[in-house]
Design a protein around this ligand. Structure first.
Ligand code: PGA
Length: 248
């Protein structure tokens, strides 16, 4: 049985005052079936880990493929771990777009994250043009094949399906569209890694998840949780999403 995962991606939002939201979530205590992860900006990771007090997991939003060296402005997996992170989001579409990250880059970063003792949350997703051209499953299949290294397990890898056109837009795919992609990802992972590993990897949906649509999305097959952007910034909203997931 896969444990569920509610992951919040704060993106480039939040200074010290935002820790109060995290403390509110932490005070709600552990959930029966659901792990809760918050990925704040790198500047807050250490303080977020202190504030969470073990009630929530804390993650980074990216890491470099190298452990250290002359890479101004970058952060390594070891540094994230040292700061108190247990997870790292990799290959988010905003990284792929803003920083030209390719599947090859994401693959190298994922290897680095696992070597550094972090759980990798690898993101894939199609653009609107790709969906309209009926290329969604081809795009997702290629991203999974390219971005995920060979040596993974359900304990070290989470995959997030995030259609680019649904991120921050209020647009959400139909439940059938979400189910089609999640079933496809489950089959692809099983074909590559064997069904034991493929069935153990948690699959998150991301893109305009809100308290109002969470329950119906969490009822879709092979949706093991969500990667939430905007609605993870407020404890009231994210708490409602966590509750919906725990009840699903
Ligand atoms: P959103 O972002 O929930 O604000 O749409 C999701 C994400 O980018 O992870």
């Amino acid at each position: 049985m896969r444990r569920k995962l509610a992951a919040g991606n704060w993106k480039m939002n939040g200074t010290a005052t935002a820790l109060a939201e995290l403390e509110t979530l932490a005070a709600a205590g552990a959930r029966n079936q659901t792990d809760v992860l918050i990925c704040p900006p790198a500047t807050l990771i250490s303080r977020a880990a202190d504030s969470a007090g073990g009630a929530l997991d804390i993650g980074g939003q990216d890491c470099h493929a190298n452990t250290s060296g002359a890479h101004t402005g970058d952060v390594s997996a070891e540094m994230l771990k040292d700061a108190g992170a247990s997870h790292v989001i990799l290959g988010h579409s905003e990284r792929r777009e803003d920083h030209g990250e390719t599947d090859v880059d994401v693959n190298a970063k994922t290897i680095a994250a696992l070597a550094g003792g972090l759980i990798a949350v690898v993101c894939v997703g199609e653009s609107l043009a790709e969906r309209e051209a009926n290329q969604t499953l081809d795009v997702i299949g290629a991203q999974l094949a390219g971005s995920i290294p060979d040596d993974v397990s359900g304990a070290t890898l989470v995959v997030a399906y995030e259609p680019i056109w649904a991120i921050g837009t209020g647009k959400v795919p139909t439940l059938e569209q979400i189910g089609e992609v999640h079933d496809f990802m489950r089959a692809e992972l099983g074909a590559r890694f064997g069904s034991d590993v493929g069935d153990a990897i948690r699959l998150l949906y991301g893109g305009s998840v809100k308290p109002g649509n969470a329950a119906e999305i969490f009822a879709v097959s092979n949706v093991d949780g969500a990667l939430v952007g905007g609605a993870s910034l407020k404890a009231a909203d994210f708490g409602a999403i966590i509750t919906a997931l725990d009840a699903a």
